[in-house]
Design a protein around this ligand. Structure first.
Ligand SMILES: Nc1ncnc2c1ncn2[C@@H]1O[C@H](COP(=O)(O)OP(=O)(O)O)[C@@H](O)[C@H]1O
Ligand SMILES: [Mg+2]
Length: 268
């Protein structure tokens, strides 16, 4: 279970916009002798898309795994809405409103689009059919799936009864992102969501990221694609050798400067 330490809660009214939705301080994560994270700080604010960039092995995935309960940091502190959280597993983070699309695509190929959207949180039929016989409310889930996809502006997935294995890579990724978007009430985290996609499909995922932000859900997105990062991000966290080298914006720095910080050729 998620442990929330109420004694350190900052419930002061009026500071909602300045308290980061998600914040981590001094995160350390080692794997045997390999240092994945070496004291990382990160802040995600309301209404923003925060990109995380960095070379292979810089600790990007480990960082978001610690923020989303897939890894437990050895040291450091994670605060959600100003309150310390201690996620032990991804379900804890999901229950707290943090939805994640991991690098390795997490869809169930043989299930249809609607079933994938509700994977792990299936809606049961009302009454004993649902509570005793555990019969799922298929029609209800399909209806909600259609509504969610419509609200997210995903037009490529008209038919929610199609098995996901029959979809293109981009459509599958759209299902994974839509799932996160539909249930990520506080934060949505995407690890390389466009890595396997073509230009048009990538564009659709980025559009989805903007839609989410505009709906008030802040997004963390890991990407190697510098033009995409500069197109979609409000701020850019540059991860290098297990630490945060800098946080910049597309206005404050050029892509070349960002890459220089990333590779250690320049200081922030
Ligand atoms: N489960 C693991 N076991 C051992 N080493 C790991 C594991 N996960 C990550 N690492 C190591 O931690 C470092 C950071 O990895 P990662 O967070 O995946 O980097 P990135 O996503 O930036 O490419 C790398 O040196 C990687 O090899
Ligand atoms: Mg990675």
């Amino acid at each position: 279970m998620t442990t929330i330490d109420a004694t350190t809660a900052t419930d002061r009214p009026g500071d909602a916009d300045t308290t980061p939705v998600l914040r981590a301080r001094g995160l350390v994560k080692t794997f045997g002798r390999v240092v994945g994270l070496d004291g990382v700080d990160i802040e995600l604010y309301r209404g923003e898309v925060l990109a995380i960039i960095g070379d292979n092995g810089a600790g990007k995935s480990t960082l978001v795994k610690c923020l989303t309960g897939a890894e437990i940091p050895d040291q450091g502190e994670i605060l959600l809405d100003g309150r310390p959280v201690h996620f032990k597993r991804p379900q804890d983070a999901r229950a707290a409103g943090i939805e994640t699309v991991y690098q390795t695509l997490a869809v169930a190929p043989s299930l249809d689009v609607a079933a994938n959207l509700f994977l792990g949180r299936e809606v049961r039929r009302k009454g004993p059919l649902g509570s005793v016989l555990r019969i799922t409310d298929r029609a209800g889930m399909r209806e909600r799936a259609r509504r969610e996809l419509r609200e997210l502006g995903i037009s490529t997935l008209q038919d929610v009864t199609v098995p996901v294995e029959n979809l293109s890579g981009g459509q599958r990724q759209a299902v994974a992102v839509a799932r996160a978007a539909a249930f990520g009430s506080k934060v949505v985290v995407l690890d390389e969501p466009t890595a396997a996609l073509g230009v048009r499909e990538s564009g659709q995922v980025l559009e989805l990221v903007r839609t989410l932000r505009d709906k008030g859900v802040p997004v963390i997105i890991i990407s190697h694609n510098m033009p995409q990062v500069f197109e979609v991000a409000d701020r850019i966290h540059i991860q290098r050798l297990g630490r945060r080298a800098a946080t910049i914006t597309p206005k404050s720095h050029t892509m070349t400067e960002a890459v220089a910080i990333m590779t250690g050729a320049a200081e922030a």
